[in-house]
Structure formats: C-alpha cells, structure tokens
Design a protein around this ligand. Structure first.
Ligand code: PMP
Length: 347
C-alpha cells in the first residue's frame, strides 16, 4: 500500500458506503488452472454481503415512488443477508424494521438483527405454498399496518435493477470490458439478472452469462428442459441460494442465459478451505460455489478465458458450522477437504 489513506470518495452514512467493492483477481487459483478468475468482493459492503445493494435499492425505489414516508416501517420475509442489509439501512434512514423469518435460523442471525434494532418475528418454517410461510406473513403484516412497506425482495424488480445500475457497471469498468463470461448462483435472482443484463447489453452479447445452482434447486433443470418446473428435491449446505420457482427478478432474464449447471456441496466446501489457504479469503459457501462454477465455466470456454463471479459474503456468519470438524463429519464432508487443509477446522 503506497499511502495511509485511499482516495476513495467520502461516504455519507451506511448507505453511501454500499457498493464500489473491489474486483479481486484470484491469482493463485488462476495460475493453477490457467484461466483468469475474478471475484467481486461483496463481503466488503458495510453490512457484509451482496444483499446490501438490494436492500438499499428496494428502499430507495419505495421512497422515490412515495410508498414509504419518514418514520415508516419496512417489512420483509428473509432468512439472513437481506434482513441484515435492510436493518442497517433502516437504522441509517430512521425507519422501523420488521423481519419475519423461519424459526430454523441460527441464533447468531437473530441476535445480529435484534442488535441492529429489527423487530424479529420467528415463525414456523413452512413451504411457500402454505399461507403461513414467512413471506406471506410479512406481506399480510405490511398490508395491515399504517405506513408500512413490504420490500418483497423475490418479486420486486428494484432488486435486480440495483445490480443493473451498480454491480454490472462496476464489473464492466474493473475489467475494462475484457471478459468472456459471468456466472453466479441465485436466491432471488437479483444479482444474476441485474449484472447479466448489463454485461450482455454493454458487450453486445459477447459476454456469456451462466447460472450456477446448489443441489436441491430447480433452476438448472428448468433451463435444460426449456422451461419445465419440477418439484424441489434434495438439499444443500449452502445458505441463501437455490430456488424452487422462477421469481419475477429472474423471469426477466432467464431466457437470455447461455447455460446453467449444478455444483455439488463437496466441491463447494473444499473450495471454502482452498480459497482461505491459497488466496487468504474467508468466504461463505455460496461464494465458494461461485468460484468452483467460474473455473468449470472457464474450462468449457477454453485456455486463458476470463470469468468473473460474486464473492457474496464472508464465512463469519457460518463459521460455527464450516470450521467445525464435528459439523463437517455430521454432513459427511470432512473427507472431501484435502488433509493438509483440515488444520483450518479449529472449532
Ligand atoms: N449468497 C448469499 C450468502 C445470499 O444470502 C444470497 C441472497 N439470498 C445470494 C448469494 C444470492 O443473491 P440473489 O438474491 O441476488 O440471487
């Protein structure tokens, strides 16, 4: 580092500090594989994840449309990062924040949301089709409360738009447009659709855009079957990604995808450890899945290809699992981590 302070713009409050994250060249991995792999370091957002952008975009859009007034209440159904992003934005902008979440979530996430001033309402974890699903409860509460707004991250396309106007342009500028492909996994689909649309437009379709799925998600089979939705089966250790339906955020983009494939948990967890050891990056499993997928896509595209993906969040919110030998063994995943990397499993 050449000087004590960077020349980055002065940020005003939390909301001014969202975005403009570094694009990290994964040097050791790129050298080892012969491809050029880039990770957008979304863990460096002030709330710690890629979802800060969506949270801010959803609230700014509601403000611009006059749907939320000073002192109002933001309501969302979320199991994690979106709620944390919303709770930060609500504190910074003076809104109340009500979060409905399935009662299966970790105590750490509930504690963090409450420390950020959110009114957390754990509800039984029932399927989306059930009217008592946490999303539907959030919607009902907002509808019956004065000056309340349900941000509706899955189907409110202000989510994908936030990525279209920030994440996409940042990646384009950071690579000077010299990129063959972009790939990432999806929860709401906001990141993939927003970034994908921007990169396709800017490159006149030259940049390929692919979707990476965890096990138990139906999006790969939807893509491969030309649009057939199957029942969700199977599960994954990943959190925040995988989907059983086509959200409105994804619907606008799904036909433009160049491909989709699934990454098994074994490869994703091994990559969590590899990225820590070789790049010094402490990342959650969805980031690791994205990096595995970026390398596999680069293999398909050929020697020297340049692929970018998203490093969605850090491992901090999951460390009691990811770095616990006992937890790894309980999921039959201890054997998939190379023995020399097991030294990182210190919990
Ligand atoms: N990774 C993590 C850890 C997440 O929490 C999420 C959002 N649920 C995603 C990836 C996917 O982002 P998106 O909702 O934009 O598809």
């Amino acid at each position: 580092m050449s000087r004590a302070f960077s020349n980055a713009a002065l940020a005003h409050t939390f909301t001014g500090a969202v975005g403009n994250t570094p694009l990290i060249y994964l040097k050791r991995l790129s050298e080892k594989t012969g491809y050029h792999i880039y990770g957008k370091s979304e863990l460096q957002n002030p709330g710690g994840s890629v979802k800060d952008r969506a949270a801010l975009g959803l609230i700014q859009d509601a403000e611009a449309k006059g749907m939320i007034k000073p002192g109002g209440t933001i309501v969302e159904g979320t199991a994690g990062n979106t709620g944390i992003g919303l709770a930060h934005v609500c504190r910074a902008r003076g809104y109340n924040c009500v979060i409905y979440m399935p009662n299966t979530q970790s105590q750490e996430k509930i504690d963090l949301l409450r420390m950020l001033g959110a009114d957390v309402r754990p509800v039984p974890a029932v399927a989306y089709e059930n009217p008592d699903n946490y999303n539907h409860q959030a919607k009902r509460f907002a509808e019956s409360t004065d000056n309340a707004f349900w941000t509706n991250q899955f189907d409110n396309t202000a989510n994908a738009h936030a990525h279209y106007v920030t994440t996409g342009p940042e990646i384009w500028e950071q690579t000077a447009g010299d990129l063959d492909a972009f790939i990432c996994s999806t929860g709401t689909g906001g990141t993939l659709a927003g970034v994908g649309k921007y990169l396709k437009e800017k490159s006149n379709g030259k940049v390929q855009v692919w979707l990476a799925d965890p096990p138990g998600s139906v999006l790969t089979s939807y893509y491969e079957s030309g649009g057939k939705l199957v029942e969700r089966t199977g599960s994954s250790i990943t959190e925040g990604i995988g989907q059983g339906r086509i959200t409105d955020n994804l619907a606008t983009f799904v036909k433009k995808l160049d491909g989709a494939f699934t990454v098994p948990d074994e490869k994703s967890i091994a990559m969590v450890y590899e990225l820590l050891d070789s790049e010094g990056l402490y990342l959650g499993v969805s980031s690791a899945l994205n990096v595995v997928a970026a390398v596999e896509l680069a293999e398909k595209l050929g020697k020297g290809s340049k692929v970018a993906t998203i490093l969605c969040d850090g491992a901090y919110r999951y460390q009691s699992r990811l770095f616990s030998k006992k937890w790894l063994a309980s999921k039959d995943l201890d054997k998939v981590i190379p023995p020399h990397l097991m030294k990182y499993a210190v919990l």
